[in-house]
Ligand binder design. Structure first.
Ligand SMILES: *[C@@H]1O[C@H](CO)[C@@H](O)[C@H](O)[C@H]1NC(C)=O
Ligand SMILES: *[C@@H]1O[C@H](CO)[C@@H](O)[C@H](O)[C@H]1NC(C)=O
Ligand SMILES: *[C@@H]1O[C@H](CO)[C@@H](O)[C@H](O)[C@H]1NC(C)=O
Length: 881
């Protein structure tokens, strides 16, 4: 059905109306009824309420009475309660106080327990150390009792004791002299130390210059003797004389008829002619002739010496040329005056014809003026110009050609000048070079037979820069050591002869270590030091001082390492107590016959930390180290540093170099650290004293430390053990590097954080005592002078020296990069002038060396198990490093 709007309205209207009607009706009926009912109800309620009110009032009154009663009761109850509460809280306070007392007692007892535990640990370590020390002492004692290889006793010095007796001179038909036929070895016992007698210069035939210079240099030579009875060798200076009349040689007082054991030293400085050669113009009997190469050179008997153009002696580095860059303007050069009467040999025209196709610059100058002031023979390629002009050309050449098809005095001179100018000599031909029996020229010159002249260019072109620089470096080294000055020539001549007859060089001389305390004065000691720096681990046995074995190879080293002595280490003139380059035994030798002195880890079975710390292990026998500490007027700092060394294993001795002119105070108390402390009085305040080879240093290993350096025992021991495997290097803690100055060129000293280093500072570093000799006696004086001038840079110089000798960078151990001392005043090294000086030092030292020997390294030594997870029953090599 559909409801329309209208219909809905209609319907609603109907419904409303009917409902209204209905409601009205209803209301009319119900209202009166309801009203009546309602009113009666209200009346009833009112009465009920009234009675209720009445009742409540009565009740309330009763309550009020009761309340009054209760309140007084409660009050007293509350008071009682308060009282109880008061007494309870007092009790609680007491209890709390008691509890705290007990607790603090517990804490202090715990503390005590900890203390005792630490003490126990320390005692345990101490006990272990002692046990270990006892064991080691027993091993050492057993070794001392082994009689299988007793040490050789120091030999008696045997020398000849009479003048040479008469021998008839050799006849002209005798075969050429050899050392067997013409030399009297009986005048030169192995232990004679090679005494050399120099004829009074008045009797010699040399020029005044040579006479004075040589007699002086021979006087400096340790072999020099004034007693002809003991002499092994009789040296006669002949040289280029004012008179060439040598017919009176046989009238020399000790000639003995045939001149045996005589050496005729013929140095040529001005006269470069073969005609001046002693052989065969003079009857030289059985004497050895030492001069430039000549045709009648008796190989194995005569000696070819270098050219005597250099200064008498002293530093020669100023005369030499910087070695870099590797390649110069000319690939090679030659300057020479065409010989008037050349039949064969080096021919420049021919050489030129092989070079027509190259674009390399090559200078072949045959049209120069002959050098004046030098007497040269006409059958030889003559020298050109002046020494300056020749040197200028050599400085622009990578290689320089030296004709040596025929013997000539000029060969030595040309080689000399080339090496001095850091130019590589190319020796064409096989005429002998100076001192060839000991100097291996192969590494410093290029020597070719004449036939290879066609391939010369190709060959020289094939040299890489590293080879070029290496050859130059070796050339400079040989020149400086053996040829550069008259002193070098004389020393080398005598050393070659000595080497030839198997006599050892004279021992190097230590610097006397004069005590700063006057005789009989005993410095005061403090009680044994507090152990707060005592290590928490046993790092090795405490043993009595045990010096390194020394001078064990007196007679064997020239046989076994003669080549290295002459050509690598650069000092065949002295015998050293031991060398960082001494050979090591194969590892089985320790267990098959040569075990004496070795302390293999775990008796050879190896092991982790425990066994490692008990034995020194490694490839070298047991040894100790010496601490060298330079100090200047900082007595308390020094005393603190010394006391920290108490109980340090493997420490042999402490040598304190007292640089101050004021001696230590008499009442200064020196800590007793269990090893000798030798306080050396320095003759003057110099940082070079740090590296003086004091006789008090009896070990190979030297730990050089600043008096304010703070090294832990484990760091020192670890450093020592690393050094034992790197004996030829500087091994230490603070690393630095040389950085290029990007703005101005040259080197800057840099101590910033860096991932590469090239120096390890000797304020805390191990090195071999050998480098102290080298630093003090071998390094050019200019370097030590610079150190004195700046009061700085001695550590840089040491790094230069060692890297120069070994061509290896130093070794840094553990993580200490910067090296500061906590309680010290702002250290000197913070100072800007200090840095400026160090920049200058690096650049200056490079000039002196002719190149920069420092090498970069990213290597750092940490102990093997450092940061390795290991089982609980194993120990690390070191707890912290
Ligand atoms: C080796 O030379 C040194 C120094 O001259 C000397 O003290 C030592 O006794 C010599 N040893 C032997 C075995 O010749
Ligand atoms: C050098 O060699 C050239 C070409 O081979 C030759 O003509 C000349 O005669 C030679 N000179 C001498 C001095 O031998
Ligand atoms: C650190 O390096 C900067 C820039 O390379 C240099 O200027 C500064 O001197 C260095 N500092 C030290 C302490 O070497």
């Amino acid at each position: 059905m559909h409801w329309s709007k209208d219909r809905i309205c209609h319907w609603m209207a109907n419904v409303k109306l009917s409902r209204i009607l209905l409601l009205v009706t209803l209301a009319l009926v119900t209202v009166p009824l309801f009203t009546h009912y309602y009113l009666s109800n209200v009346e009833r309620d009112r009465e009920r309420t009234l009675s209720d009110v009445h009742r409540s009032r009565t009740k309330l009154e009763a309550y009020e009475d009761f309340s009054a009663l209760r309140a007084s009761d409660l009050k007293s109850r509350i008071q009682e309660m308060l009282h109880i509460k008061g007494s309870v809280s007092t009790e609680l306070r007491d209890l709390e106080a008691k509890r705290q007392r007990l607790q603090s007692e517990v804490v202090s007892l715990n503390h005590r327990i900890e203390q005792l535990k630490t003490e126990l640990g320390r005692q345990q370590i101490e006990l272990n150390k002692l046990k270990l020390s006892v064991e080691q002492a027993q091993v050492a004692q057993r070794e001392a009792l082994q009689r299988n290889s007793p040490d050789l006793a120091p030999p008696l010095t045997l020398t000849a004791s009479s003048l040479p007796s008469y021998n008839s001179p050799p006849s002209p038909t005798s075969p050429p002299c050899t050392m067997t036929t013409c030399f009297d070895h009986s005048r030169c016992p192995l232990t004679s130390s090679f005494p050399v007698f120099l004829y009074d210069t008045a009797e010699s035939k040399a020029t005044i210059f040579l006479k004075t210079a040589i007699s002086q240099t021979v006087g400096y030579n340790p072999h020099f003797t004034l007693d002809p009875k003991t002499a092994c060798i009789f040296l006669v200076l002949v040289g280029e004389g004012e008179s060439t009349d040598l017919s009176t040689l046989n009238q020399l007082p000790y000639w003995g008829g045939d001149g045996r054991n005589h050496v005729l030293l013929h140095l040529s400085r001005v006269d470069m002619t073969l005609e001046s050669s002693l052989v065969p113009s003079v009857d030289t009997g059985r004497a050895i002739i030492a001069q430039f190469a000549h045709k009648n050179f008796r190989s194995g008997f005569d000696l070819v010496v270098g050219s005597a153009r250099g200064p008498p002696g002293g530093d020669v580095w100023t005369e030499s040329t910087f070695q870099l860059p590797a390649r110069r303007q000319y690939l090679f050069s030659f300057q020479g005056v065409q010989p008037k009467s050349q039949q064969s040999g080096f021919n420049v025209t021919e050489l030129q014809s092989y070079l027509s196709l190259t674009t390399d610059e090559i200078s072949l100058d045959t049209n120069c003026l002959a050098a004046s002031g030098i007497k040269q023979s006409e059958s030889d390629w003559g020298l050109c110009g002046t020494e300056e002009s020749r040197t200028a050309m050599l400085k622009r050449s990578t290689f320089s050609v030296v004709p040596a098809v025929e013997s000539s005095p000029l060969i030595g001179l040309r080689v000399y000048e080339a090496l001095k100018a850091a130019c590589i000599p190319v020796v064409i031909g096989d005429a002998p070079l100076p001192f060839e029996e000991v100097i291996k020229w192969k590494a410093a010159v290029v020597r070719l037979p004449l036939a290879r002249i066609t391939e010369l260019h190709f060959l020289l072109r094939s040299f890489g820069d590293a080879d070029l620089l290496n050859v130059k470096r070796q050339g400079r080294f040989l020149w400086e050591r053996y040829l550069s000055s008259l002193q070098a020539l004389v020393d080398t001549t005598l050393a070659t002869l000595r080497d030839r007859i198997q006599l050892p060089p004279p021992p190097i001389v230590d610097t006397p270590a004069v005590s700063v305390f006057s005789d009989g004065f005993v410095p005061l000691k403090t009680d044994p030091v507090i152990v707060d720096t005592e290590p928490e681990e046993s790092l090795g046995p405490l043993e009595p001082p045990y010096p390194s074995a020394s001078f064990k190879r007196n007679y064997s080293i020239s046989f076994t390492q003669g080549y290295e002595m002459w050509n690598v280490w650069g000092d065949p003139f002295h015998l050293y107590p031991n060398l960082p380059f001494d050979p090591v035994l194969p590892s089985d030798a320790k267990f098959i016959g040569s075990g004496k002195g070795f302390r293999p880890v775990g008796g050879g079975a190896g092991g982790a930390g425990k066994e490692f710390c008990d034995s020194l292990g490694g490839n070298s026998p047991r040894e100790q180290f010496t601490i060298v500490m330079l100090t200047y007027e900082r007595e308390q700092v020094l005393m603190n540093s010394l006391s920290r060394l108490h109980g340090l294993p493997y420490l042999n001795k402490v040598v304190v170099v007292w640089n101050s002119p004021r001696p230590p105070l008499q009442d200064l108390r020196w800590p007793d650290i269990g090893v000798p402390v030798h306080v050396v009085k320095a003759s003057r305040n110099s940082l070079n004293n740090r590296f003086l080879p004091y006789e008090a240093i009896e070990t190979e290993a030297v730990l050089s430390v600043d008096d304010d350096a703070h090294l832990r025992h484990d760091e020192i021991i670890f450093g020592f053990r690393v050094w034992r495997e790197q004996r030829d290097r500087v091994v230490g803690f603070p690393g630095r590097f040389h950085a290029l100055d990007l703005n101005y060129g040259g080197w800057l000293y840099n101590s910033n954080y860096s991932c590469e280093l090239s120096m390890v500072l000797t304020g805390a570093a191990f090195f071999h005592k050998h480098y102290m000799y080298m630093y003090s006696y071998w390094l050019p004086q200019a370097i030590r002078d610079k150190v004195d001038e700046y009061m700085n840079c001695e550590d840089i110089a040491m790094n230069f020296l060692v890297s120069h000798v070994t061509r290896k960078p130093p070794v840094k151990v553990t993580s200490r990069w910067t090296f500061r001392c906590p309680g010290c005043p702002v250290s000197l090294s913070e100072d800007d002038t200090h840095f400026q000086e160090r920049h200058k030092c690096i650049n200056f030292f490079s000039q002196v060396f002719g190149y920069t020997p420092l090498l970069n390294t990213q290597f750092r030594a940490d102990s093997i198990l450092f940061k390795t997870r290991i089982p609980h029953d194993k120990q690390k090599c070191f707890k912290f490093i």
